[in-house]
Design a protein around this ligand. Structure first.
Ligand SMILES: [Zn+2]
Length: 273
């Protein structure tokens, strides 16, 4: 079991009725939407940290249509490969729970007893995740201060979210793994070509980190064809280019009726020594 821990005193939290409560009686209500907020007020940098609601809705709509299902399957298969019959999974930066749900369903289909948790700094995203996967436990929390017990997680998923090696090392069991999912060099290449005169490839990083061993590198690549303007807009809103690409090019792209684009990812598997 990988219990949530109290953000005030770090003691394990247990569910009592509609709250999580620690032995020092710090109590955190489970919201009507099914998640708990374990982000201490002093760790918030704004009233509503993380991805904003429009971005969350755009991403949820886009992912739910299956454009990145090849990545979901890759993550599911790796979680299965690196877990035993009883497995504790933490999706760190779970967003709307698209990948979290896939992993839970895969592990359950394989006859495993999967206990799955997801955390994200965005309350709007976590609310969708909790609704999507009732069997999971979801908390609003920071990857830099994981509300999770030491040495309790078998498989940790880190999909396009901050790499917090110190915290990953703390919560993973010895021999446990984390999946580090990053965009490959040519990910969204055609979209970048539409936005920039001189697009750059994403840098390829294949690094060793202290306390971990890189044991596998898996590519999840396919070209997707988007045949409508709504989905192109949603994809664009998921990217950082919203903030830093020329406005005129954005306008042209956002009026396009179709787009063929690379959905290229790399998953690095690191094992805790
Ligand atoms: Zn406490």
């Amino acid at each position: 079991m990988a219990n949530f821990i109290c953000p005030v005193c770090s003691q394990p939290l247990n569910i009592k009725e509609k709250s999580y409560i620690c032995k020092n009686r710090h109590s955190f209500d489970i919201s009507a939407k099914g998640y708990v907020n374990l982000l201490p007020a002093n760790k918030k940098h704004s009233a509503a940290p993380g991805d904003d609601k429009l971005m969350v809705v755009a991403r949820n709509n886009f992912l739910s249509l299956g454009y990145y299902s090849h990545l979901k399957e890759t993550i599911e298969n790796l979680c299965d490969k690196y877990s035993d019959k009883n497995v504790s999974v933490l999706d760190c930066g779970c967003g709307e729970g698209y990948y979290t749900q896939g992993v839970y369903e895969k592990l359950t289909q394989q006859g495993k007893n999967a206990e799955i948790k997801g955390i994200d700094i965005s309350k709007d995203a976590v609310a969708i995740a909790a609704k999507r996967l009732k069997e999971g436990q979801f908390a609003v929390a920071s990857s830099f201060h994981l509300p999770i017990q030491n040495n309790s997680v078998n498989v940790l998923i880190n999909c396009f979210s901050p790499l917090c090696l110190k915290e990953f090392g703390r919560v993973l069991k010895k021999g446990g793994v984390f999946l580090y999912v990053v965009p490959a060099p040519k990910h969204l290449w055609q979209l970048k070509e539409a936005l920039y005169e001189k697009p750059y490839e994403n840098p390829l990083k294949e690094e060793q980190y202290e306390g971990f061993e890189l044991i596998e590198t898996v590519k999840a690549e396919r070209e997707i064809f988007i045949d409508n303007n709504t989905d192109i807009n949603n994809l664009f809103k998921m990217t950082p280019y919203v903030y830093r690409s020329p406005k005129e090019a954005q306008e042209v792209l956002l009026k396009a009726e179709n787009l063929t684009v690379n959905a290229h990812f790399i998953v690095y598997v690191y094992k805790k020594k």
